[in-house]
Design a protein around this ligand. Structure first.
Ligand SMILES: *Cc1c(COP(=O)(O)O)cnc(C)c1O
Length: 351
C-alpha cells in the first residue's frame, strides 16, 4: 500500500472481545461473523486469530472457500446461501453450511443429485429481507430433512434494545422454538448483549468483536469492548491562518481568529467519510481537535488551537484507541460498521 494512512489491527483486543462475548453467552455457542473482509479487518487474519470461535459466518460461498483453502476447520455458515446451482457442488466440496432463505434455493437442491450440504433454514420474522414465513416451517423442514441442522432469524431493531418489535420478532420465531431437534439462532451482537431470551443455541456476533458498540445510544454493556482497528495518518502541514481565511473546497469554514490549521494525509479516497461535518473529533497527541472544512480526496484539515505544539509528521488518530469510530460515524451521518468496511478496503493493514 502506498497511501500514507495506516490501519492497525489489534488481534489481542479482538480475542479479548471474543472472550467478553463468550462470558455473556454462557452455554450459547458463538459464530463469529467475518463477512465484508471481517468488517474491514481482514477475513483470514481475523479467522486465524479467533481460533476459539465455535463457527464462522460469511456472506458468500467464495468467502467460505477462501477460508477453507487457508486451513480454517470450524463450521462456516454462508449467510446468503447459494445463488446458483453450480455453487452447491462447491459448498459440499468445501464443507460449507448454507443458509436456505428462498424457494429457488430449494428447487436447486431438489434437482441436485449428489450429497447435499448442511443447511440452516432462515425464517423472516419481521426483518423483511431474507427468509421464509414462519407459517411454512413444517413444510420446509419436511423437504429439507435431516440436512437441516438449524433454524435462524435476524433482528431488524436490536440496536434499540427496548423497541417492542424485538419481542414481536422473537414471538414470531416461536414455531421454531417449539420444534425439538434443531439448533436455534437469532442474536447478532446487540441481541447477545441486551436480549438474554434471544441467545438460544447459537449467537452470531459481528461488530462487537471488533470493539464497536452495536447500539444507537450509549450502553454500559459495551464498556469493556476494546477497539480493534485504529486508523492513523501523518500530519503533513501546519499553516497559520488569519481571521477570515477560508479553508478547503467551497470555503465552507472561515477562521474566526488567527489559528493553526493542520493538514492530515487522509481523505475520502482512503475511506474516511466525506460527509464528516466540521467538529468531527480527531485525536492529536491524545487531545481531541475538531475537523474543519471539507474532507478532500487525500487530505483533511483540523483546527490545532488546542494542540499548538504538535510536530509535523506526527501520526494522528482518526478513530480507534482513544476515539471510538461510532463517534466519528455519528458526525458523518452513518454507522461505525460502514466506516470500518470502507477504510479496511483502501488502506494497508498492520497486525
Ligand atoms: C451481519 C450479520 C450478523 C452480525 O451482526 P452484528 O450487528 O455485526 O453483530 C448476524 N447475523 C446476520 C444474519 C448478519 O447478516
Amino acid at each position: 500500500m502506498t497511501r500514507p494512512a495506516r490501519v492497525r489491527i489489534d488481534l489481542i483486543a479482538l480475542r479479548n472481545n471474543l472472550s467478553i462475548a463468550r462470558e455473556l453467552a454462557g452455554e450459547t455457542k458463538l459464530m463469529a461473523v467475518i463477512k465484508a473482509d471481517a468488517y474491514g479487518h481482514g477475513m483470514l487474519e481475523v479467522a486465524q486469530a479467533l481460533a476459539d470461535a465455535d463457527a464462522f459466518a460469511v456472506a458468500s460461498i467464495g468467502e467460505g472457500m477462501q477460508l477453507r483453502s487457508s486451513g480454517i476447520t470450524q463450521p462456516i455458515l454462508v449467510l446468503q446461501g447459494a445463488h446458483r446451482p453450480s455453487q452447491l457442488k462447491q459448498a459440499v466440496a468445501s464443507e460449507l453450511t448454507l443458509c436456505i432463505h428462498q424457494s429457488g434455493q430449494i428447487e436447486d437442491l431438489q434437482k441436485y443429485q449428489d450429497r447435499w450440504p448442511k443447511l440452516w433454514l432462515k425464517l423472516d420474522t419481521g426483518m423483511g429481507r431474507l427468509g421464509f414465513p414462519p407459517a411454512d416451517l413444517d413444510t420446509l423442514l419436511n423437504i429439507l430433512g435431516e440436512n437441516c441442522e438449524s433454524i435462524m432469524m435476524h433482528f431488524a431493531n436490536a440496536d434499540v434494545p427496548d423497541d417492542s418489535r424485538n419481542a414481536a420478532q422473537l414471538l414470531a420465531f416461536r414455531p421454531a422454538m417449539d420444534r425439538s431437534g434443531y439448533a436455534l439462532s437469532a442474536a447478532n451482537s446487540a441481541a447477545l448483549l441486551a436480549m438474554p431470551d434471544a441467545r438460544l443455541d447459537w449467537a452470531r456476533p459481528g461488530v462487537m468483536l471488533y470493539g464497536v458498540s452495536p447500539f444507537e445510544s450509549p450502553q454500559p454493556s459495551v464498556a469493556e469492548l476494546q477497539p480493534v482497528m485504529t486508523l492513523t495518518a501523518p500530519l503533513i502541514a501546519i499553516n497559520h491562518h488569519q481571521r477570515g481565511d477560508q479553508i478547503g473546497y467551497a470555503g465552507s469554514y472561515t477562521c474566526p481568529e488567527p489559528m493553526p490549521v493542520g493538514v492530515i494525509a487522509i481523505g475520502y479516497g482512503d475511506g474516511y467519510p466525506r460527509h464528516a461535518v466540521a467538529g468531527t473529533p480527531i485525536l492529536v497527541n491524545g487531545i481531541e481537535c475538531p475537523l474543519i472544512g471539507r474532507v478532500s480526496m487525500d487530505m483533511l484539515t483540523v483546527d490545532l488551537q488546542d494542540c499548538p505544539d504538535v510536530e509535523l509528521g506526527t501520526e494522528i488518530t482518526l478513530w480507534g484507541k482513544g476515539l471510538p469510530v461510532e463517534r466519528v460515524a455519528k458526525k458523518a451521518g452513518t454507522i461505525g460498521y460502514e466506516l470500518l468496511c470502507s477504510v479496511g478496503a483502501h488502506c494497508g493493514r498492520v497486525y
